[in-house]
Write a protein that binds this ligand. Structure first.
Ligand code: CMC
Length: 427
């Protein structure tokens, strides 16, 4: 039975608002006809109460700490899947069978190399430039070398575009890293899987064979899987917003990279390591730092989330993984102990309890990435590689939606009312 709610406005006008119910029994008021029937709009700065779309891709229950991609619990994917398989499932909706997975992996291998023109473009990026700047501009540049990808006309055409983007983003990331350290680029190898190839392009030396540590490969798969989607976060909403104008997949995802860069979003993984590093170097102590957090002079980076008000399941998995992987690799990182101390203090402190602040995905991811050799300035790039399947899936959902309209919020204007132009000599 369809449900509705009533909204009573001043002047005794009452209107019915249909209620939209999601497959997990989430309820939303459909205000699609509100302005045309009443003249009112709603206002919700930072969109804390606004559903921007209906989507089949990702489900989060922030009160219970649940995250599922297409129905699959994140814990099961992190434990059993690979990044390539998870990416397929996010983009196409179902887990692939053997043949589909082989075909998808084959496409990723085929499209890993960059056009030589694009490779040479790295020579003109300054070594001190931020890899996120390089990443977003190079993603856009890919489409210039493959203009046929700008107009997607079939699922097969989209599959090639998606494979090119997902595969090349990793090549671009690794090339940009080598550029920053002045090392020659390493081309992708067709016999390596996605994560191994990334490690090869990042770290292998010319003229020597590369033997990736299987624990490192597995940890990398897990890091990417845990970042692969998170429904309507800032960068994914950006991708959907840009895509709603009809902008192509590459332009939309390049915009997603820019949104992710900020320290309140994907840039938080860098900010966490900076914070831990400051404490480790003695510039501040745990106690002094926490006092500053509570007096709002500092933020406890890697803590808090708009949606999770209980715990972030990704943080739990990454914490466990860090505790397992670091000893396996023989890494003793003092920052892990500092992170644990901060976490324990925060979880027992009224300031954090009252505000329901818990460790988020960025709190432990940096420690794990550091242990597998990823340099700090690449952390947010790693997040971007991981998030790419989600961005691609969301872009395609918008692209395929027959009812999609350009996203265009309204506003409540608070500036000056009409006034006359003052000539320069009268100002
Ligand atoms: N440290 C100290 N206080 C905090 C923190 C924090 N990390 N996060 C939120 N608060 C306080 C905030 O000051 C506010 O206090 P009050 O009620 O006294 O004004 C209250 O908690 C509610 O916070 P909010 O800023 O209204 O929450 P939000 O939903 O707008 O912001 C957030 C969410 C993630 C941006 C924020 O928690 C934050 O800045 N965290 C640190 C940065 C971070 O770790 N970002 C990564 C997020 S997860 C991955 C991703 O999405 O990229």
């Amino acid at each position: 039975m369809s449900q509705s709610a009533q909204l009573k406005l001043s002047g005794d006008k009452t209107i019915d608002l249909p209620v939209v119910v999601g497959s997990e029994n989430e309820h939303a008021l459909d205000i699609g006809k509100l302005r045309s029937s009443t003249g009112y709009i709603t206002i919700d700065p930072a969109y804390g109460n606004t559903g921007s779309c209906q989507s089949n891709i990702c489900f989060i229950n922030g009160e219970e700490g649940i995250l599922r991609y297409r129905g699959y619990p994140i814990q099961q994917l992190a434990e059993n899947s690979t990044f390539v398989e998870t990416a397929y499932m996010l983009i196409w909706g179902e887990l692939p069978n053997k043949q589909q997975l082989a075909e998808w992996s084959g496409l990723l291998t085929e499209h890993a190399p960059l056009h030589e023109g694009l490779r040479f473009a790295f020579n003109s990026t300054p070594p001190q430039g931020h890899p996120m700047a390089t990443l977003s501009s190079m993603i856009n540049a890919v489409s210039s070398y493959h203009p046929e990808l700008l107009n997607i006309e079939s699922d097969d055409g989209f599959k090639v575009a998606a494979a090119k983007l997902l595969s090349k983003v990793r090549t671009i990331a690794a090339f940009s890293y080598r550029q920053t350290v002045g090392a020659p680029v390493r081309y992708p190898k067709p016999d390596f899987d996605y994560c191994t190839n990334f490690l090869h392009m990042m770290f292998s030396k010319p003229y020597s064979s590369f033997e990736p540590d299987p624990d490192v490969v597995q940890a990398l798969n897990q890091i990417f899987i845990l970042h692969a989607d998170h429904e309507q976060n800032c960068s994914t909403s950006t991708v959907r917003m840009v895509g709603s104008s009809g902008a192509n997949l590459f332009a939309s995802c390049a915009a997603g990279v820019c949104a992710l860069w900020g320290p309140l979003h994907g840039g938080a993984n860098v900010a966490v390591l900076d914070m831990l590093g400051r404490i480790y170097s003695g510039k501040t102590s745990v106690k002094e730092f926490m006092e500053k957090v509570k007096s709002k002079e500092e933020k406890l980076m890697g803590f808090g989330h708009r949606v999770y008000k209980n715990f972030d399941p990704r943080a739990k998995i990454l914490e466990e993984s860090a505790k397992k992987v670091l000893p396996k690799l023989g890494v003793k990182d003092p920052l892990l102990a500092i992170a644990e101390e901060l976490k324990d203090i925060a979880l027992a402190d009224e300031y954090f309890i009252e505000r329901k602040l818990y460790p988020n995905v960025d709190f432990f991811s940096g420690i794990l990435m550091r242990a597998i050799g990823i340099p700090i300035n690449m952390f947010t790039v790693m997040f971007a590689i991981g998030r790419m399947p989600g961005w691609i899936a969301h872009w395609y959902e918008v692209f395929k939606d027959p009812n999609a309209r350009i996203n265009r919020p309204r506003q409540v204007y608070t500036g000056p009312t009409e006034r006359d132009y003052t000539p320069m000599d009268k100002r």
